[in-house]
Design a binder for this molecule. Structure first.
Ligand code: NI
Length: 178
């Protein structure tokens, strides 16, 4: 178990399609899962994918309990999701602000499906299947995109809605004071 270095946008390892996990309940997989959990906790992130710590496997972790980076969002149970499959349950999409530990300091407005079903396995090979909405659905789509080499700026439709967190906050404050 260890906090790992999070690699940043520009590193070609973030652009790869990752390999499925073929063996569950192994020492190597449990080490990877623990490294991801330790690393995301250290950064108060909502989620982290294996390629972000340089591991080319289809493994993500996510979860949200009283997170200072996301003070207004409902909680998401801490989840280890391996070899995930996502299915949109309808065509509805919603734009929401996202950040990424591999794109530090920046935020962008990203359209995502509002209602999805996702499935996969935990590190012991136990099947997971859930239907979720809104922020939970957004976090899962963001993390699973990492497994296909996609970072959130690639999903944006309006690059004017992309900027440094500090500046966006200042702008929002100025707007609310008007
Ligand atoms: Ni990310």
């Amino acid at each position: 178990m260890a906090v790992k270095k999070v690699i940043r946008m520009g590193d070609p390892r973030l652009l790869k399609v990752t390999e499925p996990v073929t063996e569950f309940n192994t020492v190597a997989l449990s080490k990877l899962v623990n490294d991801l959990l330790d690393t995301v906790a250290k950064h108060d992130g909502a989620g982290l994918a294996a390629p972000q710590i340089g591991i080319n496997k289809r493994v993500v972790v996510f979860g949200l309990e009283a997170n200072p980076r996301y003070p207004e969002e409902e909680s998401i149970p801490t989840t280890v999701l391996i070899n995930p499959v996502i299915e949109a349950l309808d065509e509805q999409m919603e734009a929401g602000w996202e950040g990424c530990l591999s794109v530090p300091g920046l935020r962008g407005l990203v359209p995502r499906y509002r209602h999805i079903r996702y499935s996969g396995f935990d590190q012991f090979g136990t099947k997971i299947e859930r239907e979720v909405n809104d922020f939970h659905a957004r976090v899962v789509q963001h993390e699973c995109d990492h497994l296909d080499g996609i970072l959130y700026p690639q999903r944006m439709s309006d690059m004017c809605q992309f900027g440094f967190e500090e500046e966006l906050e200042k702008a929002a404050e100025a707007e609310s004071e008007r």
